[in-house]
Design a protein around this ligand. Structure first.
Ligand code: FES
Ligand SMILES: [Fe+2]
Length: 411
C-alpha cells in the first residue's frame, strides 16, 4: 500500500519529459535553413547597409543603384569584420571598413582591394555568400540557406500570392526567447482563453472557458478545429469559472468556425471566406502562424535570430480598397498596432520569455504542440502540393517515438 502511494506521489511530482523523442526539433534550435524569411519592412531598406541576423547567420542588406535589395553574408572574409560597417565607394559595391576589400552587391565577388592596388591577386579569388531577396506585402524576404532558392510564391501563404487589393499593417520586433516557443505559443490552443482574458484588445470580446479540438492537416498547414465549446464550467469542489461579463460580446454564429472570434463582426470578408480554411488558426513551417478573422487575416512570422532570440514579424492584412483601405490604416495606427500587435502580443512575449521547458507535462489541448513538432520528423515540403504528395505517400504508421510522446498527454 505504501509502495503504491509512493509511486502515485512520485508520478505526480514528476517534472515531465524532455525532448528526446524530438531529435529534429531539438536540433532546429537556431532555425531551419533553406526557407524564405521576412526580415524587414521594404521601406526601411535603402542605400545604407543594415545588419540583421537570421538562423544565427549575420546578413547585410542594402539597395543597389537599381533599387534591388541585396543580401550578403555580413562578414568580410579577410579578417571577419562586418561589411555592414562599411560604405559604398563604387556603384553597386560595399567596401569593408578595415582594409577596403570591396565586394559586388549582386554576386558577392571581391572586385577591388583598395589597399592592395588595381592588380591585387585577391580579386576573382574571393567572394562572400549572397542570399536571394524578394519584396512582397511590404516586406523584404531573404532566402536563408545554402541550397538553391525556389520561388517565394511556393512558400507564401497561398492567399497572398495573387490577392485582391489589400492594406497591410504590422510590427517587427526583436524578442527574447526561442523561435520554436513562439510558434508553439501562437498555435497553443489553451493559452488565449486564459492568458489573453486581460488583454485590452479583448475587453469587449468574450472568450470560452474551455473547448475540445482536433488538428487537421491540409497541405503544409496544420489547423486547429474546434469540436466543442464551453462558455462556462463548474469545477468540482472548486467553483464556477467563466469569462462572461455583461459588457462582452459573444462571436456571432454566422462567422463560422473557420473564422476567429472577434465578437462584433456582422459579416465576413468574401475573399477570406472563400479560402474555406478548415479552422481559424493554422501553423506551417518554418514558423508561420495564420489567424483568419472575419474582416482580416493576421500572420505571425517567428524568424529565428539565433537560439535565444526571435524576430517577431506580426502582419495584419485586410482586403480593402479606396476609402475603406484608408480607414483600415487609420484603425491600424490608432488602435490595432498598440492593442493587438502591442499589448496583446506582448503577453505572448512575456510567457515565451518565462517558458522553462523541457521538461514538461503536456495536457489535452497540447495536441496542437505535438502535431507541430511532428512536422519536424519528415523532410520539409515547401509548397502545399509537395506536402499533399508526401502525405499521400506516407503509408507507414507513426513511429514508436511519436506514439510514446503522444502518450504523455494526459487525457
Ligand atoms: S577585414 Fe575586411 S578588409 Fe580587412
Ligand atoms: Fe497569444
Amino acid at each position: 500500500m505504501t509502495d503504491m502511494t509512493d509511486k502515485i506521489r512520485a508520478r505526480k511530482y514528476d517534472q515531465g519529459r524532455n525532448w528526446d523523442a524530438w531529435p529534429n526539433y531539438e536540433s532546429a534550435k537556431s532555425g531551419l535553413l533553406d526557407y524564405w524569411y521576412p526580415v524587414a519592412w521594404a521601406a526601411e531598406i535603402g542605400k545604407e547597409p543594415v545588419s540583421i541576423r537570421v538562423c544565427a547567420i549575420n546578413i547585410m542588406l542594402m539597395r543597389d543603384e537599381n533599387g534591388h535589395v541585396r543580401a550578403l553574408r555580413d562578414r568580410c572574409p579577410h579578417r571577419g569584420v562586418k561589411l555592414s560597417q562599411g560604405i559604398q565607394e563604387f556603384p553597386n559595391t560595399i567596401s569593408c571598413p578595415y582594409h577596403g576589400w570591396t565586394y559586388n552587391l549582386e554576386d558577392g565577388e571581391l572586385v577591388a582591394v583598395i589597399t592592395d592596388g588595381p592588380d591585387s591577386r585577391m580579386c576573382g579569388a574571393v567572394a562572400v555568400q549572397t542570399f536571394a531577396c524578394e519584396e512582397r506585402i511590404g516586406l523584404v524576404w531573404v532566402f536563408v540557406g545554402n541550397g538553391e532558392a525556389y520561388p517565394l510564391d511556393e512558400q507564401l501563404p497561398a492567399e497572398l500570392v495573387d490577392p485582391p487589393e489589400f492594406a497591410v499593417g504590422g510590427r517587427i520586433e526583436e524578442r527574447t526567447g526561442n523561435w520554436r516557443f513562439y510558434a508553439e505559443n501562437g498555435f497553443d490552443e489553451g493559452h488565449a482563453k486564459y492568458l489573453h482574458r486581460t488583454a485590452i484588445w479583448r475587453t469587449f470580446k468574450m472568450m470560452p472557458t474551455w473547448n475540445k479540438i482536433h488538428i487537421e492537416k491540409e497541405g503544409r498547414w496544420l489547423y486547429r478545429v474546434e469540436d466543442e465549446r464551453y462558455w462556462e464550467a463548474e469545477f468540482p469542489g472548486v467553483g464556477k469559472w467563466t469569462n462572461d461579463r455583461w459588457w462582452k460580446i459573444k462571436p456571432k454564429q454566422q462567422q463560422g468556425k473557420f473564422l476567429g472570434n472577434t465578437g462584433g463582426s456582422g459579416r465576413n470578408d468574401p475573399y477570406i471566406e472563400s479560402q474555406n480554411f478548415p479552422g481559424f488558426a493554422s501553423l506551417s513551417l518554418p514558423g508561420v502562424l495564420r489567424i483568419a478573422y472575419p474582416q482580416f487575416i493576421h500572420y505571425e512570422f517567428y524568424v529565428p535570430i539565433d537560439a535565444e532570440n526571435t524576430r517577431y514579424v506580426g502582419v495584419m492584412v485586410q482586403f480593402k480598397t479606396g476609402l475603406k483601405k484608408l480607414a483600415f490604416y487609420f484603425h491600424y495606427l490608432s488602435r490595432i498596432r498598440w492593442l493587438f500587435h502591442g499589448q496583446f502580443s506582448g503577453q505572448d512575449h512575456w510567457m515565451v520569455a518565462e517558458t522553462d521547458a523541457p521538461p514538461e507535462r503536456l495536457y489535452r489541448p497540447d495536441i496542437s504542440l505535438i502535431e507541430w513538432r511532428k512536422l519536424f520528423n519528415g523532410s520539409h515540403p515547401i509548397s502545399d502540393d509537395a506536402a499533399r504528395k508526401m502525405d499521400d505517400c506516407a503509408q507507414a504508421p507513426a513511429t514508436d517515438k511519436t506514439s510514446e510522446q503522444e502518450s504523455t498527454v494526459n487525457d
